[in-house]
Design a protein around this ligand. Structure first.
Ligand code: ZN
Ligand code: ZN
Ligand code: FE
Length: 767
C-alpha cells in the first residue's frame, strides 16, 4: 500500500538546482507526485511505498545540492488524500501571500558549464553567458520572488526553441535554469572604445573569439578596460605591468590601498602567493571571494598593486566572461571595483560609459541588466575558518540563523563606514551586500534602494528600527525618517553592537567579556569610544575597562594625520617639552606649533579611548606612516612592518577607576621614544608594540575573570582585522584557559554591526 506525504523545504532552495534534484531523487526511489517552488520555499507531494519514502526523505536532506542551504524540512503524512499520482512532475511556481523564501547568492560557473564553454562541438562553445541550474547569476538579476524567469532581468530575452526544450525537460541540467540562454536567444557582449564606437560583439563563437583577442591585445599594450561582471563593473589591467597599474591608480585617485587581483587559475596564484589548504578551499568554493594571501618575495606582480603590504587580494574567475578572458590573456589581472572616488560600484551600462571613461580606455559591456549591485567579497582564513572582511557577492543575501525567534520584524540600519544593513523576522537575519561608506548622496541612494528591495523581497514590515547611537551618521538620520510612520527606533551603542554580532554568530546568549578594539564609535558618555572591554548581554552592557583617554587635536581630521595623534600622546607624557625630543619627522614647520596650541588650550580636542588611534600614533612615531590616503592605512602598514618573532614587549599597566580600570599607555609611549632614540628598527618596535597590547589584554582578562568568574571572551571591532594581534591574543587567552570567540560569518569591522543591532533591538523591546 502506498503512502502520501506533503513535504515543505525552507531555506536557500530556489535557483540552486533543487527541483531537478528532487525530481531525480523521486525517480530513483519510485516516488510519484510533484515538486514546486512557492514563496515559502519548495513544496513536495510524494507518494510511494513506506520504505522508498523513508530513503527519499533521508536523501532529500543528506544529498541536497551543495549550493542549497536547508533551514527546515516539515513532512506531514496525508491521511485520506489519495490523489493517485501516476508519475513525478515539476510543477510551475505558485504564489502565496506569505513570502518566506531565500534568494541564492551568485554561483560560480560549474564544472559541466566550464566543459561546455571550451568544447568546440558544444552549441554554447565560447558563450559568455553560459549557466545552468547549478551555477550563474542569482541575487543580482532577481527582481522579486519566487525565483522565476519573469521575476529576473532575463525576462527581456525570449528563449529559442532549443533553450526552451532544455528549460522544460526535467532530465536536463538546464531544467528551469532561469538565466538559461544561448548565442541564438540570449544577451551579448559588446566591446566599446571611449568614443562609444563598437569594436566587437559576441554574436557567435567566431566573433566572441575576436572580441576577446582584441581585449587581450589592449591589455597587453597597457590599457585599462572596464568589464561588466555579475554585480557591477570591474576595472581591469595587466597586473604585471607597473605602468598600467600606476595609470589606473592615478586616474582612480586611489594612491596606496591594495588593488584586488584575479588570477587565471590556482597554479598562477601559487606562483605569486603562499597558500594553505583552507585558503585553497575558500578560493575555489562556489562563493569565489577575494582571499588575502601572503605575497611571495619573488613575485613579479607590479609593486604598486599592494605597496607596503605583505598580502595580495587574490580571486579566481567566477563567471564565463572572465574564464574566456583568461583563455586569451592567461596572466594575472588587476580587477578592482569600477567606481569613482567614494561612490558605489557602477552597474548600469550608461553610467559605465559616462563615468568610467575618465579611467578606462575600453569598455566591455553586455545587455543582461544587473538589478542589484554587489561588490566582490573579501575574506581571510584564520585558524582554518573563514574570517570575513567584506561579506558581499557569493554570500549575501544568504540568511543568517540567530537561534531564537524575534519578537517583531526589525530593520537595522548599520553604521557609517563599510555600511551594510539587515532586515530580520522570525529567526532569520538577511544581512545586505556591502553598501560602502555612507558619506555621500550616491552611496545614500544605494543604501535606500537596497533597503527597499530587501524589505520587498523578504517581505519584512519592520516594527522596530535599529540604528547607531551616533546622531550624525546618515544611517541614523535615515532611521529617524520612520518616526513619521510611528515605528519606534532604538539607538544602539556601536561597540555593544560589535560584541553582540560576535555573540550571535557564535550562539552565545549568556554574559561574556567583550574586547572591542575599534577605530571610532559614539560612546554612551558622549566621548568617542574604541578601546573597550565590556561585560555584555544581548540587551545590555557594562563598560568595565577602556584604553586611557587621549585627545584628538582637530577632531576627525587627526584620523587622516596620524602624526597629530602621535603628538597628542607625546603631549600627555612630556607636555610641551616634546619639542625637545629627537623626533625630526614630527617637527613640521609651523604645523607642530598649531597642534600644540590646540592641545595646550584644549581647543577642538575631543577625547577618545580608541585603539585605532593608538595604532596610528605608534605608526607615526616610528615614522612608518604619518599621513594616510585610506582608512586604516597607518595601522595596516605598522602590522606589515613587523620584523622578527620574539615575545619582547613594552610595559603597559592597569589603573583603577570608578567603572573598573583603565589601560595605561604612558610607559609604552616613553619606552617607544627611548627605543627610537637608541636607533631601534621600526620593525622591531612594531613587533614589541603588538606584543604589549596582547599582553595587557591578557592581564585585563585575568583580572576580570578573578572578580566576575566569566570565562568566555569575544573579540570584535575593526582593529581585529590585524592578524598578528588577533593570532597573538587568541593564543594567549587560550593558553590561559579562556574560551575565545571571533567572527567567522560577518566582518569584525562595521560591516558586521547590523547583526548585533538586530539582536539588541529585539532584547530591548522585550524589556
Ligand atoms: Zn552550470
Ligand atoms: Zn537559446
Ligand atoms: Fe566599529
Amino acid at each position: 500500500m502506498e503512502l502520501i506525504y506533503k513535504i515543505n523545504v525552507k531555506g536557500t532552495v530556489q535557483g540552486v538546482g533543487f527541483r531537478p534534484f528532487v525530481y531525480n531523487l523521486a525517480k530513483k526511489h519510485r516516488i510519484s507526485g510533484y515538486v514546486l517552488n512557492n514563496t515559502l520555499g519548495v513544496e513536495i507531494k510524494a507518494q510511494g511505498k513506506a520504505s522508498n519514502l523513508d530513503s527519499f526523505k533521508y536523501e532529500l536532506k543528506d544529498q541536497a545540492p551543495p549550493q542549497s542551504n536547508i533551514s527546515s524540512i516539515e513532512s506531514q503524512k496525508l491521511a485520506n488524500q489519495r490523489e493517485n499520482f501516476s508519475d513525478f512532475r515539476i510543477k510551475f511556481s505558485s504564489r502565496s501571500d506569505n513570502k518566506n523564501t531565500q534568494i541564492s547568492p551568485e554561483l560560480n560557473v560549474c564544472h559541466d558549464c566550464q566543459q561546455e564553454l571550451f568544447d568546440p562541438d558544444d552549441r554554447r562553445y565560447l558563450y559568455p553567458f553560459i549557466n545552468c541550474t547549478n551555477c550563474g547569476p542569482r541575487f543580482t538579476i532577481t527582481k522579486n520572488i519566487p525565483y522565476d524567469r519573469n521575476f529576473t532581468t532575463m525576462d527581456e530575452f525570449e528563449m529559442c526553441s532549443l533553450c526552451s526544450n532544455e528549460y522544460n525537460d526535467p532530465d536536463d541540467r538546464r531544467f528551469h535554469a532561469q538565466p538559461d540562454s544561448c548565442f541564438e536567444c540570449g544577451p551579448q557582449l559588446f566591446l566599446y572604445d571611449c568614443s562609444e564606437n563598437i569594436l566587437a560583439r559576441s554574436k557567435g563563437p567566431a566573433s566572441t573569439e575576436q572580441l576577446f583577442i582584441k581585449m587581450s591585445d589592449f591589455l597587453q599594450k597597457g590599457a585599462i578596460i572596464s568589464i561588466k561582471s555579475n554585480g557591477g563593473f570591474h576595472l581591469a589591467c595587466n597586473a604585471l605591468d607597473e605602468e598600467a597599474v600606476l595609470k589606473l591608480r592615478g586616474k582612480k585617485y586611489r594612491y596606496d590601498k591594495a588593488l584586488a587581483l584575479m588570477f587565471p587559475d590556482l597554479t598562477s596564484i601559487k606562483k605569486h602567493c603562499h597558500i594553505n589548504s583552507d585558503e585553497e578551499e575558500l578560493l575555489t568554493s562556489y562563493t569565489r571571494p577575494i582571499v588575502l594571501l601572503k605575497k611571495k618575495l619573488d613575485t613579479n606582480i607590479a609593486d604598486s598593486v599592494a605597496p607596503e603590504n605583505n598580502y595580495l587580494g587574490a580571486m579566481l574567475p567566477y563567471n564565463p566572461i572572465q574564464l574566456l578572458l583568461f583563455k586569451y590573456f592567461p596572466q594575472p589581472l588587476v580587477m578592482t571595483s569600477g567606481n569613482i572616488c567614494g561612490e558605489p560600484i557602477i552597474y548600469k551600462n550608461g553610467n559605465a560609459i559616462s563615468k568610467l571613461s575618465q579611467i578606462a580606455d575600453y569598455h566591455c559591456l553586455h545587455n543582461r541588466k544587473i538589478h542589484v549591485s554587489c561588490d566582490d567579497s573579501v575574506y581571510r582564513v584564520f585558524r582554518g575558518e573563514n574570517y570575513p572582511i567584506r561579506r558581499s557577492r557569493g554570500f549575501a543575501p544568504r540568511a543568517l540563523s540567530i537561534g531564537k525567534k524575534l519578537e517583531r520584524p526589525v530593520l537595522a540600519c548599520g553604521a557609517e563606514r563599510k555600511n551594510t544593513f539587515a532586515v530580520a523576522k522570525g529567526d532569520q537575519v538577511w544581512l545586505s551586500q556591502h553598501i560602502g561608506d555612507l558619506e555621500n548622496l550616491a552611496v545614500l541612494n544605494s543604501f535606500e534602494t537596497s533597503i527597499e528591495h530587501f524589505l520587498e523581497v523578504f517581505d519584512v514590515q519592520p516594527e522596530v528600527i535599529a540604528h547607531d547611537l551616533h546622531p550624525d551618521y546618515l544611517s541614523t538620520k535615515y532611521a529617524r525618517n520612520y518616526d513619521d510612520e510611528g515605528i519606534p527606533n532604538v539607538a544602539i551603542q556601536h561597540h555593544h553592537a560589535h560584541a553582540v554580532a560576535c555573540m550571535v554568530e557564535n550562539g552565545l546568549d549568556e554574559p561574556v567579556i567583550a574586547f572591542v578594539m575599534d577605530g571610532t564609535g559614539a560612546g554612551a558618555d558622549g566621548t568617542i569610544w574604541g578601546g573597550e572591554i565590556l561585560i555584555v548581554e544581548h540587551g545590555s552592557f557594562n563598560r568595565i575597562a577602556h584604553l586611557e583617554h587621549v585627545r584628538m587635536p582637530g577632531g576627525k581630521s587627526s584620523i587622516y594625520n596620524p602624526w597629530e595623534m602621535a603628538v597628542s600622546y607625546l603631549y600627555e607624557v612630556y607636555g610641551s617639552d616634546l619639542k625637545n625630543l629627537e623626533l625630526p619627522h614630527l617637527k613640521r614647520d609651523g604645523e607642530l606649533e598649531l597642534v600644540l596650541k590646540m592641545l595646550e588650550n584644549n581647543l577642538n580636542t575631543p577625547i577618545t579611548s580608541s585603539c585605532g588611534r593608538l595604532f596610528d600614533a605608534v605608526s607615526a612615531l616610528t615614522n612608518i606612516r604619518c599621513e594616510i590616503n585610506y582608512e586604516g592605512q597607518a595601522a595596516i602598514e605598522l602590522e606589515n612592518s613587523i620584523s622578527g618573532q620574539s615575545k619582547a614587549a613594552y610595559n603597559m599597566h592597569l589603573a583603577d577607576n570608578d567603572e573598573g580600570f583603565v589601560i595605561k599607555w604612558d610607559k609604552l609611549i616613553e619606552s617607544i621614544v627611548t627605543d627610537i632614540q637608541q636607533g631601534a628598527a621600526s620593525g622591531s618596535i612594531a613587533l614589541k608594540f603588538h606584543n604589549s597590547l596582547a599582553n595587557v589584554f591578557l592581564k585585563s582578562a585575568l583580572r576580570i575573570r578573578s572578580t566576575t568568574k566569566l570565562n568566555k571572551i569575544v573579540l570584535s571591532g575593526g582593529v581585529f582585522m590585524n592578524m598578528y594581534l588577533l593570532d597573538r591574543i587568541e593564543r594567549l587567552l587560550r593558553e590561559n584557559d579562556f574560551d575565545v570567540y571571533w567572527h567567522t560569518k560577518v566582518p569584525t569591522n562595521d560591516g558586521g554591526i547590523p547583526l548585533g543591532q538586530v539582536m539588541i533591538a529585539d532584547s530591548k523591546i522585550r524589556g
